[in-house]
Design a binder for this molecule. Structure first.
Ligand code: SF4
Length: 778
């Protein structure tokens, strides 16, 4: 059937963003005809700089785009959090432009320590970080960027409430930016260098992702929440299972989920390494837009979804969902009715245990049975639905005379949600129960947690959080703290028991009067009955046109901020005389390469933050943490040796195992090694964002063609590249190997390696960094 082709100009007026989207989508349809597209493809391809060039080059006439085409994309906006924004802005400033080419926002959320409660913590945080906030605010004013001050909220919640709109494409300088996929946007977590490309108006390049379909049927039962969907999926797929994919949810089960529940699932798509995740536009999306005072957007979205793309078949309508019969590269079916609550951890988000098995697992693994703290909220799980479901649990426990046995912390994701929960009495219920409401900021989720419960560093203990990530040391800097991830309602019920072996679905607690108390199933409201409160004026966004007369505030004597010096370009030959600084074993996440917590304060000062480089990496040859050996056998920390070699002019490389750089978009994990003299990282496999970040900073990421070669290269070995320079000059085409001279024996071996360097990335590497190229107008 052919739909009545309705030219755009005859339809109701659409705002410019949708007009652009419509025109691009019509072009996509012209190039691809009636090819069935997934939702993710529709949105992504409708943001191409040059539709025809991207979709037809490297593909079989547009038939095998995924994993082949190199997409040059024009995102609609960029969102940055305060820790990563510093380096992004420092890089943007090097390009000497008067304003950002597309809208952008900065969110001050990562630098506030959670300790005693919102007011005290916020004023202490502002005092400690004033210099950084002044820098971010002045740069926002100068370049016309929206500035969300400390206390306004966590980036992903604020973006969901204010900027996410169905069909948009955004970049965020944070790995959990895909949170906005809950509202049918394509939002990709990137490093600052990628953000700068978009901010200067250059197209942003991405290898066309494969699409993993997750078909949902059924409906979640009482104790189960959307968090359990993603905890279960993480267990199925592992932390690498989503690499190279966009996860697209579809099927009748989608219609049963709240908008914020969909956002939670998308947020934690980062935990399986997915490029991003997305849900279709549903009735819940429309309700959320209205509740967040965006009725107009909801009307526009509804009009737009019935617009046909260039008069093609009915399948060409945008619809904010996949075309009937669209094919997925992988398909997973999940019956929501059969899901049970999950608890994931410790130390990795993919170690999933169904609640019914958790007690047995705790006992078998001899994990601590005492629960030290329960922490709920954050960007992942602080929605109205989450909090009112928790409230129902707290109210029942209070009625029975119970108090949480473990410390209980609540982090609202934004001022809007905090003020609404305060208005509706939910926060009071928590504080009456002894809960501590922290500021609207990341706090304990990113190592900014000062504990006062006497748990010393190095002591094994268990905490439960409704956050998204649980790498070692992430929350309190104690590598022995076992962080288990669960839904807010499970965290809360278990905090009342103070035990990791308590199953709130089946077990009882004893009340002060000696009675048995069993938690009834939680219940809550999807959203408030009247629209969200906007909260305190002091936390409102400052939106302003660019003002070139503003001086960006950086003191030359600052220990926290320093202007950037350009990196040196690639030599005009292959690399030779490199040395292996360290060979690391096991997980090497971006937290391992560039720790957060107290180091967050040096995010804008490359030299100072580099003193943490790889400081929790395990030396594969000695088993020690943060130990490296110079060629004369003297021992130092890894960053100390890196700095020593930098001063000596000794370029180096790191040898590592799988999924190197897993975790976040933290570009410091690429910048710091580069600053200290790394030219190459060679490992068994890379996490996607980090691999891109390395190339942007001029470090060459290589993987072993034969993974067994990991065992043949050791610390101190001398390495020369063969074919690398030619490959770079040929725009990423060509074979590369490493000629390794063993330090101990002088024996020479050849190690074949693989690379994934595109034409543009080859240009970055040759120029020394992407920024060098952009600053030259390249
Ligand atoms: Fe902040 Fe944690 Fe969310 Fe990252 S994951 S934005 S640190 S709350």
């Amino acid at each position: 059937r052919v739909a009545s082709a309705r030219p755009y100009s005859n339809g109701p007026l659409l705002p410019p963003t949708y007009e652009r989207l419509y025109n691009k989508y019509a072009e996509v349809r012209r190039v691809l005809g009636a090819q069935r597209l997934t939702l993710a493809e529709k949105i992504l391809y409708s943001h191409l700089d040059n539709v025809e060039e991207s979709l037809l080059s490297n593909t079989n006439n547009g038939r095998d785009i995924r994993a082949n085409a190199s997409l040059k994309l024009r995102p609609d906006r960029v969102n940055m959090q305060d820790a990563s924004a510093q380096m992004a802005l420092l890089q943007f400033m090097s390009c000497n432009l008067p304003q950002t080419a597309i809208p952008a926002s900065i969110h001050c959320d990562h630098l506030i320590v959670g300790e005693r409660g919102a007011d005290d913590d916020l004023s202490a945080g502002i005092k400690t970080n004033q210099e950084v906030f002044d820098f971010l605010e002045s740069a926002s004013k100068k370049y016309g960027i929206d500035f969300w001050p400390p206390g306004a909220g966590i980036i992903h919640q604020t973006v969901l409430e204010n900027y996410a709109l169905p069909g948009l494409m955004m970049l965020g300088t944070d790995s959990h930016s895909p949170n906005a996929g809950g509202l049918c946007t394509i939002t990709i977590g990137v490093g600052g260098a990628d953000a700068v490309e978009a901010l200067v108006g250059a197209p942003w390049e991405l290898k066309a992702p494969k699409i993993m379909g997750v078909r949902l049927t059924g409906k979640l039962s009482d104790w189960v929440s959307p968090k359990d969907l993603i905890l279960h999926l993480a267990g199925l797929l592992t932390v690498r299972g989503g690499t190279g994919y966009i996860v697209e949810y579809f099927g009748p089960g989608v219609e049963t989920l709240s908008l914020t529940g969909m956002a939670t699932a998308c947020n934690m798509g980062a935990e399986i390494g997915a490029t991003t995740s997305i849900f279709p536009y549903t009735e819940a999306s429309s309700r959320y837009l209205k509740a967040t005072r965006r009725e107009q957007a909801s009307r526009t979205a509804e009009v737009f979804q019935n617009f046909p793309g260039a008069g093609a078949a009915e399948d060409a309508f945008f619809k904010f969902k996949a075309d009937e019969g669209a094919q997925y590269d992988e398909l997973i079916e999940i019956d929501l009715s059969k899901l049970e609550p999950h608890i994931n951890g410790p130390f990795t988000p993919d170690l999933a245990t169904p609640l019914s098995q958790f007690k047995k697992t705790v006992q078998e693994q001899q994990w601590p049975e005492k629960l030290s703290a329960g922490l709920i909220g954050s960007c992942t799980n602080s929605s109205y639905e989450d909090m009112t479901r928790v409230e129902s649990i707290v109210r029942e426990a209070e009625k029975a005379g119970l108090k949480p046995k473990a410390d209980f912390y609540i982090t609202p994701g934004s001022e809007q949600i905090r003020a609404t929960l305060e208005r509706d009495g939910t926060l009071e219920t928590f504080t009456d129960a002894g809960g501590i409401v922290l500021s609207n900021a990341c706090g304990p989720c990113i190592g900014q947690w000062k504990r006062h419960d006497g748990v010393e560093k190095g002591t094994s203990n268990a905490i439960l959080t409704s956050y998204n990530r649980n790498f070692r040391g992430r929350n309190d800097g104690n590598p022995e703290t076992m962080n288990f991830l669960a839904s807010p309602e499970i965290v809360t019920a278990m905090a009342y028991a103070g035990s990791t072996t308590f199953n709130p679905m089946t077990d009882s607690l004893t009340t002060p009067s000696g009675a048995e108390f069993r938690f009834p199933a939680p219940h809550g409201l999807e959203g408030p009955q009247t629209p969200f409160e906007q909260g305190k004026e002091a936390f409102a966004v400052a939106s302003q046109p660019p003002n070139p007369s503003i001086q960006v505030a950086i003191s030359p004597s600052s220990e926290r901020l320093a202007l950037l010096e350009p990196f040196d370009p690639f030599p005009t030959s292959d690399l030779s005389g490199l040395r292996v600084l360290v060979k690391v074993s096991g997980k090497c996440t971006t937290d391992t390469i560039s720790a957060a917590g107290p180091w967050l304060k040096y995010k804008g000062h490359l030299a100072n933050i580099s003193a943490n480089t790889l400081n929790t990496a395990v030396n594969a040859e000695t088993g020690e943490v943060n130990a490296a050996y110079d060629l004369d056998g003297s021992r130092s920390t890894i960053p100390e040796l890196g700095l020593k070699w930098k001063h000596r002019g000794q370029a180096w490389l790191v040898v590592a195992e799988h999924n190197y750089g897993e975790g976040s978009a933290r570009e410091h994990a690429a910048l710091q090694p580069r600053y200290l003299g790394a030219r190459v990282i060679v490992c068994k496999s890379f996490a996607r964002i980090h691999e891109t970040n390395l190339k942007k900073q001029g470090v060459v990421p290589l993987t072993f063609a034969d993974q067994a070669d990991y065992d043949r290269v050791g610390a101190g070995d001398e390495v020369a590249t063969v074919g690398l320079y030619d490959m770079l000059r040929n725009g990423g085409v060509g074979e590369v190997s490493l000629r390794v001279t063993k330090r101990a024996t002088g024996e020479e071996i050849v190690v074949p390696v693989k690379h994934a360097v595109s034409e543009d990335q080859a240009r970055f590497i040759l120029a020394g960094s992407a920024l060098n190229l952009l600053a030259k107008g390249g």
